[in-house]
Design a protein around this ligand. Structure first.
Ligand code: GLN
Length: 311
């Protein structure tokens, strides 16, 4: 559809963003700013909430320029190769692939971690769990920390970096996630964190590890029946990182029975949990003699349970 402009020439009406492919981007002299706006519009139409932010992340990723540079040079023309790569990233995003998988890394506590298909994406609420553990680990010297169900390793690696005296074992069972864990350990170049391939549902003795002072875990905690109803992006994440069994509590039972008894006196276990699970988890640990404290996240949701091992 066209409208008559003041002059005689026909100019296209607002670009129809639903027309996929790169052609729409190339129909006119394309500037960085316009490319950013059109990309945001395209992904917003597919139901993405933070479309402007996501478009900026994709442009940064494809151009190698920072957001500030892109803003400052907004009037400069975008090269065809950039237009093409942004369009193909936007297509992937529109199809429901998480932004973090497309750009291949994501920040956790200010440090980048490789992510992609097969590994859970680091989340802001887990930063709270990790900060808390860092504070506790600094009080115990020397401190042995286990990060169980480590995934990308974002918790364990961040603890190891913040606490150079601590020794961290990051335990992960699944090949897909384990590959990211080892790459992330390499990336951060830390000597005090080791990856261990083991199943947290099996016993502690089976893993052949030293005695821990702190055990931290963000285990799978989604109720199995709720998996199909998760956001489309979350459904692209590995089910084994989300599926907490019928009631979502399967891993907390294993942690209480098979790992908590081995924690050194004076140490603690700290776990992330889903909405409405904190009381049940406290109950599971109470049966094993552990008194739980519950912390809320920034949304006010009970998100972390801490169980101390008395001296
Ligand atoms: N926080 C994740 C979610 O958004 C769940 C992660 C987990 O199961 N540990 O569903």
């Amino acid at each position: 559809m066209t409208i008559r402009a003041r002059g005689t020439e026909k100019i296209p009406q607002r670009q129809p963003p639903m027309l996929c492919g790169t052609a729409i981007y190339m129909t006119q002299h394309q500037t960085l700013q316009r490319l950013m706006r059109q990309t945001a519009e395209r992904i917003r139409m597919s139901g993405v909430e933070n479309a402007a932010f996501e478009a900026a992340v994709l442009l940064e990723f494809c151009s190698g320029k920072t957001r500030t540079e892109l803003m400052l040079r907004g009037d400069e023309s975008a090269e065809d190769s950039l237009i093409k790569s942004v369009a193909s990233c936007a297509d992937r995003r529109i199809s429901g692939e998480p932004l973090q998988y497309i750009v291949g890394e994501w920040d956790f506590l200010g440090n980048p971690f490789y992510v992609g298909e097969g590994v859970l994406i680091p989340r802001p609420e887990t930063e709270l769990l990790c900060s808390l553990v860092i504070g506790e680990a600094k009080k115990i010297k020397p401190c042995v920390v286990f990060d169980l169900c480590a995934g990308s390793g974002c918790i364990g690696i961040s603890v190891a970096e913040a606490c150079p005296d601590a020794r961290v074992c990051a335990v992960e069972k699944f090949d897909g996630a384990y590959a990211y864990l080892t790459r992330n350990i390499e990336r951060h170049g830390l000597k005090n964190v080791t990856s261990v391939k083991a199943d947290v549902l099996e016993s502690f003795e089976a893993a052949g590890l030293p005695v821990p002072d702190i055990v931290v875990s963000n285990p799978p905690y989604v109720k199995r029946g709720e998996l199909p109803g998760l956001q489309r992006e979350v459904r692209r994440e590995p089910e084994e990182a989300l599926d907490g069994g019928a009631d979502g509590l399967r891993f907390y039972r294993a942690l209480a029975e098979k790992w908590f008894p081995f924690v050194n006196a004076g140490g603690l276990m700290a776990v992330e949990c889903g909405e409405g699970q904190a009381a049940d988890i406290s109950g599971i640990f109470a049966e094993k003699g552990g008194a739980a404290e519950v912390r809320r996240d920034l949304q006010g949701t009970e998100r972390i349970v801490i169980i101390r091992k008395e001296l």
